[in-house]
Design a binder for this molecule. Structure first.
Ligand code: URA
Length: 210
């Protein structure tokens, strides 16, 4: 039986009320020049995201780490290597999905992004979601989850399907899971992560027909 949780009382996420649709290339240019918070000052490269622009599945991490900052690409460090291995459990490759982050510039020393940094960066992520129109969003870890699912803990919510309305996009499905970096530090989480990826094709099928 397929079960998902509907966040009926959740506040709709802020929206830009865009008059026109931008392209990912236009957003990349804006992010390159973005000074809406201080993260750009220490970062080497912004990391907008990458992958299939028609992806049904969109992964959203927290923010670029050292390797990502160096290369300007998401999830290319150790956590990214694990993500690629986990994708294979769902018979997926990186090119099949779209991968983005909540903040586009690296927080110094990989600290958690601050609420005002997350808020400043939100319009970029919002536009990415509008363009990709994924069937399901997979927030990686508690910070990305908190942006969309404002209830519960990651350990309680991981592997569960949520449905929430986003202005301009209608209802979207969310499937929060542990951040791969968490499993690198705490191998006991690996099994849940592995199971979540093994279930992903079935979850996607269900949300597509719902
Ligand atoms: N961790 C993240 O949350 N994002 C990345 O791009 C890399 C590591």
């Amino acid at each position: 039986m397929f079960e998902y949780l509907v966040l009926e009382k959740a506040e709709p996420l802020s929206s830009l009320n865009l008059n026109f649709m931008q392209t990912l290339e236009q957003i990349a240019k804006q992010v390159k020049n973005c000074q809406k918070c201080d993260l750009y000052k220490l970062a080497k490269n912004p990391v907008l995201g990458e992958g299939n622009q028609n992806a049904k599945i969109m992964f959203i991490g927290e923010g670029p780490g050292a390797k990502e900052d160096e290369l300007g690409r998401p999830f290319v460090g150790q956590a990214g290597q694990l993500l690629s291995k986990l994708l294979a459990l769902a018979s997926l490759k990186r090119e099949d999905v779209y991968i983005a982050n909540v903040v586009k510039h690296r927080p110094p020393n990989n600290r958690d992004p601050l609420p005002d940094e997350v808020a400043a960066c939100w319009p970029y992520l919002e536009q990415q979601i509008m363009i990709i129109k994924p069937k399901i969003i997979i927030p990686l870890g508690r910070h990305a989850m908190a942006r969309f699912i404002p209830i519960g803990t990651i350990s309680k919510n991981q592997g569960r399907v949520f449905r929430r309305e986003i202005k301009n996009l209608g209802k979207l499905y969310f499937y929060p899971i542990y951040h791969p970096a968490a499993a690198l530090h705490q191998p006991s989480l690996y099994r849940d992560l592995e199971n979540a990826f093994k279930r992903l094709p079935a979850v996607l099928k269900k949300v597509e027909v719902n």
